[in-house]
Design a protein around this ligand. Structure first.
Ligand SMILES: C[S@@+](CC[C@H](N)C(=O)[O-])C[C@H]1O[C@@H](n2cnc3c(N)ncnc32)[C@H](O)[C@@H]1O
Length: 272
């Protein structure tokens, strides 16, 4: 596994080509304005709501910039901060090639209608504060989970996704298994892959994302508490992954985990 720590604009620029190599894409330069935008939005305290830490944000931004997806799906909207940042980076790539998207390029899904972490506001409320110009490019879908993504994707356009919803095992596995059905190839960003180590005594550790990342059978790129997993050409290995992760203790309620595992099993049966 290759690892990165993109902590600021300087390390972002210095590590960008190595990240391109790890992702298997050409070592192009960042888009005009990209590093400046990311540096601004990664500044601690820049916004009055919970923000992904700078190294996580720089990594997610660099992956989106290098992969240039036509469409991205995020599981877990909350304020909409990460959806905004991903959309902006992707739009800067479009602008570089003289194009402008007319519809959504990022769809973000949340089980809830409200984000209650900093202020009680509808999920996605931060989009108009971070990227007010991208309202039409970001589709916000409250009251949904990842089983809804098939309604949002047409053809083979989905090559990047971001999983940052419920981190309790087996939810992240469920989300990844749902998303992979719609992705012929590409990468999935997983947030909070090191959550048990950083959550300390503050709240119960959640191992869901960590399990998927640690046991992922294909290429992985790690960056502390965030990582990217590459979808395997041969999806049979995902059946083995599911079998291994089933042995680990589920973290949701018994009713919840039985339903999740039933859905995961149905997705395994559909593997080619
Ligand atoms: C950590 S927050 C997301 C933060 C956001 N990605 C950001 O960085 O700005 C997790 C969000 O996932 C939502 N969520 C929880 N379980 C979910 C599920 N099963 N499917 C979709 N969203 C879920 C929560 O309501 C919460 O808003």
């Amino acid at each position: 596994m290759t690892t990165f720590h993109l902590r600021d604009a300087e390390t972002y620029r210095a590590e960008y080509a190595r990240l391109a190599d790890a992702l298997g894409v050409p070592p192009v330069a960042p888009a005009p304005g990209e590093v400046e935008f990311l540096s601004e939005v990664a500044t601690p305290g820049r916004f009055p709501f919970g923000m992904m830490p700078a190294p996580d944000l720089f990594f997610a931004g660099a992956v989106a910039s290098l992969l240039r997806p036509r469409l991205t799906i995020e599981i877990g909207t909350a304020s909409g901060f990460s959806a905004s940042v991903l959309a902006k980076v992707i739009v800067l790539r479009w602008q570089e090639s003289g194009e402008l998207p007319t519809g959504p390029i990022v769809h973000t899904i949340d089980l809830k209608t409200e984000d209650q972490r900093d202020e009680v506001r509808p999920v996605g409320y931060a989009i108009e504060r971070v990227t007010p110009e991208l309202g039409a490019q970001i589709g916000v879908h409250p009251l949904r989970d990842s089983s809804y993504v098939s309604q949002l994707v047409r053809g083979e356009e989905l090559t990047l996704a971001f999983v940052d919803g419920n981190h309790q095992h087996p939810w992240p596995l469920h989300d990844v298994m749902q998303l992979q059905t719609l992705m012929k190839s590409g990468w999935i960003l997983l947030h909070d892959i090191n959550l048990p180590a950083i959550s300390g005594q503050a709240y119960a550790p959640r191992f869901g994302a960590k399990y998927v990342f640690d046991f992922w059978p294909e290429e992985r790129v790690g960056a502390g508490n965030i990582g990217a997993i590459k979808l395997p050409d041969n999806r049979n290995s995902l059946g083995d992954l599911v079998a291994r992760l089933r042995e680990l203790p589920s973290e949701v309620s018994p009713n919840g985990w039985k339903k999740r595992w039933r859905e995961i099993d149905a997705l395994v049966k559909k593997l080619p």
